[in-house]
Design a protein around this ligand. Structure first.
Ligand SMILES: [Mg+2]
Length: 105
């Protein structure tokens, strides 16, 4: 993991914070496209494409979190979101709604 963090720092220095965040946004778009394509073209290639884009996004998220020292704050948000999801799942009338429909934020 320590070696990977060094790679993230090297990439951050080479391409800069702004470009790294732009790459994250681009990869998020590619992931969205791959997720939508899987429903339309369910086959081995679409699943592999989805996995590739998830890996791209995960790496850039890890890099941004590391280089901007965001991990603790992101983890706090994760805990809030998980608690909200659990609350939604335990609310009987929310069962047929998506998380976005069932609550605010
Ligand atoms: Mg990609």
């Amino acid at each position: 993991m320590k070696a990977l963090l060094g790679i993230y720092e090297e990439a951050w220095k080479r391409w800069g914070a702004r470009n790294q965040r732009a790459m994250l946004a681009e990869e998020c778009c590619e992931l969205a496209q791959a997720a939508l394509k899987q429903d339309r073209l369910f086959n081995g290639r679409s699943v592999d494409s989805l996995c590739e884009e998830i890996a791209d996004v995960e790496l850039l998220i890890e890099s941004v979190c590391h280089n901007q020292h965001l991990r603790e704050r992101v983890d706090q948000w994760r805990q809030k979101k998980i608690a909200r999801l659990i609350n939604i799942l335990r609310t009987p009338d929310a069962l047929s709604k998506s998380p976005g429909e069932a609550s605010e934020g």
